[in-house]
Design a binder for this molecule. Structure first.
Ligand SMILES: Cc1ncc(COP(=O)(O)O)c(C=O)c1O
Length: 472
C-alpha cells in the first residue's frame, strides 16, 4: 500500500507558511492597489490564447505563475465587485474580516449541516438566524437557514409555502400567486422549480413609485374569489432590484391575513436596512410576513455566497424539508433541528463563520453606520442628478437611484445608451441599466461598503461629461 503521509496534500508547516505568505502578499497588494483598479473592464469578455492555462492536465504549475495568470485573466477582466465604484446591479463588497473567517472555516472544515456533527457550528448558525429574525420583528417560533444567496432562500421559502398550503395536483391550476413586474426573476425560477408554473400568476398593478397598489390588489383578490379561484401566495418586495421599491408591507400584511394568503417578503436587497431608523420606518409591516429572505452578501457587505431565509413558524420550514435515512441514524437528536432539516442541503459550506466573526468583532452598530452612509449618499446623488439635468424615474425608497437623460435632441434609448457606454468604457464607475415603462433606464445602486462621497462625485463628473458630449 502506498503511504501518502509525506506527499504534497499534507504540506509541512514551512510549506504552508510559504503558500500562505504568497497568497497573503498577493491579497495585500490587491487591497492596497484597489483605488487604482477599475470597477469595470469594458469589452474584455473575449477568449484569448492565455486562457488555455485554465485547463487542467497532469502538469504541475508554480504558485507565482498561477497568481500572475489569476491577476491577468480573472481580476483584470469583467466586473470588479470589490471596487467602491461598483454601483451596478446590487453590489456587496466583500469585507476582509469575512474573508479571513472563510479561511478559518475551510481550514477547520466543521460539518455545519448536522447538530450532531458540529453542535458549535450549528449553534453559531442558530444565533445568526435568531439575530436576523428578531431584527425583522419576528418574536417566537421562527426558524431559518443560511443559504448560498437570495435565489436559494426564495426557493426554500416558496417551497415551504407550497407545502404548508398543500398546493398540489389538480389544486395547482386554481391557486393564484400574486407578484409584480418588480419581482426578482429568482421568484419565477423558484415557482418553476417547485412545480407551480401552472398556478395562475398575477402581476399586481404598481403605483408611480413601483410599489404595489393596495387598492388594485384588493380588487384583484375580490375578482379572483368571485371567479372561484384560490388566492394562495403574495410576494412583496422589501427593496426591488430595479429601483429599490419597498411595497406597502403593513397594508399588504393585513390583506394577506384577511384572505389567508402566505405572505412572502423578498428583502434580499433591502431587509438589512432594518438596522437603520429610516429603513425601519419604510419596512414597517415586514414582521407580518410568513417568510422573509435577506442577503448578507448585499446588506452586510459579505463576499458572495450568503443568503438567509426566515420562516415565521419553524415547524412549517421543517415539515417541508425534513427527511430521514438509515445511515444518518446516529445523528438524530430528539427535539433538535439541524440545518439539513430546514433546507435542501446536507453537506454545506460552513458559512456561519463569515457572518458571525465580523458581527462579533465589530458589533452590529458599524453595519448601521455604513448603511446610513449609503442612504445619505443616495439623497446626495439624487439631488445632484437633478442639478445636472437628469430626471429621476421615482424617489428612491432605499439606496437605488433610477434615472434618465431626456434631451429633446435624441430619443430616450439612444441618449441613455450613450451615457451608459461612456461610464462603462471609462470603467472607474460601473452602473447597469434596466427597462422601466418600456424605456431604457440607468440605475445606480449604492451598497458597497467601499462607496463613499468621492466615488459619487467621480460618477457625477462622468455623467456631466457624458451629457456635455451629447449636447455638442
Ligand atoms: C430583490 C432580490 N431578490 C433576490 C435576488 C437574488 O439573490 P442572489 O443573487 O443572492 O441569488 C436579488 C439579487 O440581486 C435581488 O435583488
Amino acid at each position: 500500500m502506498k503511504d501518502n503521509s509525506n506527499r504534497k496534500l499534507e504540506e509541512t508547516a514551512v510549506e504552508r507558511k510559504a503558500l500562505f505568505d504568497k497568497i497573503n502578499n498577493f491579497s495585500e497588494a490587491f487591497l492596497e492597489g484597489l483605488p487604482e483598479r477599475k470597477a469595470f473592464h469594458y469589452n474584455t469578455h473575449q477568449t484569448t490564447d492565455a486562457d488555455s492555462f485554465f485547463n487542467i492536465n497532469s502538469e504541475k504549475t508554480s504558485l507565482d505563475n498561477i497568481l500572475s495568470f489569476f491577476e491577468e485573466r480573472v481580476l483584470n477582466v469583467g466586473l470588479n465587485p470589490t471596487s467602491g465604484g461598483h454601483l451596478g446591479y446590487i453590489p456587496g463588497g466583500g469585507i476582509y474580516s469575512a474573508a479571513v473567517a472563510d479561511y478559518l472555516a475551510a481550514v477547520t472544515n466543521r460539518y455545519a449541516g448536522e447538530f450532531y456533527a458540529s453542535p458549535g457550528a450549528v449553534r453559531m448558525e442558530d444565533a445568526l438566524i435568531d439575530w436576523a429574525g428578531k431584527l425583522m420583528g419576528f418574536t417566537e417560533d421562527f426558524g431559518g437557514n443560511l443559504t448560498s444567496g437570495g435565489s436559494l432562500a426564495n426557493l426554500i421559502a416558496l417551497h415551504t409555502a407550497k407545502h404548508h398550503k398543500k398546493v398540489i395536483g389538480t389544486a395547482i391550476a386554481k391557486n393564484v400567486v400574486y407578484c409584480t413586474a418588480q419581482s426578482h426573476h429568482s421568484i419565477y425560477k423558484a415557482l418553476k422549480i417547485i412545480g407551480l408554473e401552472d398556478c395562475i400568476v398575477r402581476e399586481i398593478a404598481l403605483d408611480d413609485n413601483f410599489r404595489i397598489s393596495v387598492k388594485a390588489f384588493e380588487n384583484q383578490l375580490k375578482a379572483d374569489g368571485a371567479m372561484g379561484l384560490k388566492p394562495f401566495l403574495l410576494i412583496a418586495n422589501a427593496g426591488s432590484t430595479d429601483v429599490g421599491a419597498v411595497d406597502p408591507l403593513e397594508a399588504l400584511g393585513k390583506l394577506a391575513k384577511n384572505y389567508n394568503l402566505w405572505f412572502h417578503v423578498d428583502g434580499a436587497y433591502g431587509a438589512f436596512f432594518m438596522l437603520t431608523a429610516s429603513g425601519r420606518a419604510k419596512l414597517k409591516g415586514i414582521e407580518m410576513a410568513d417568510s422573509i429572505i435577506l442577503d448578507p452578501h448585499k446588506g452586510m457587505f459579505l463576499p458572495y455566497g450568503s443568503g438567509i431565509v426566515l420562516v415565521k413558524n419553524k415547524k412549517h420550514l421543517a415539515a417541508a424539508h425534513s427527511y430521514t435515512a438509515n445511515y444518518m441514524r446516529d445523528a438524530y437528536i430528539e427535539d433538535q433541528y439541524s440545518p439539513s432539516n430546514l433546507s435542501p442541503e446536507l453537506s454545506k459550506h460552513y458559512r456561519g463563520l463569515r457572518m458571525w466573526l465580523p458581527l462579533k468583532l465589530y458589533g452590529e452598530q458599524i453595519f448601521t453606520d455604513y448603511l446610513n452612509e449609503k442612504l445619505q449618499l443616495t439623497t446626495y446623488l439624487s439631488d445632484e442628478l437633478l442639478a445636472l439635468g437628469y430626471k429621476l424615474v421615482c424617489k428612491p425608497d432605499l439606496s437605488v437611484v433610477a434615472f434618465r437623460l431626456a434631451l429633446k435632441k435624441y430619443d430616450n434609448d439612444t441618449q441613455n445608451k450613450r451615457v451608459l457606454d461612456y461610464i462603462q468604457k471609462d470603467g472607474r464607475i460601473f452602473i447597469s441599466s434596466t427597462i422601466l415603462d418600456d424605456k431604457l433606464t440607468l440605475r445606480a445602486a449604492i451598497l458597497s461598503f467601499r462607496t463613499h462621497k468621492k466615488d459619487i462625485d467621480l460618477f457625477l463628473k462622468l455623467l456631466k461629461e457624458a451629457k456635455q458630449n451629447l449636447m455638442k
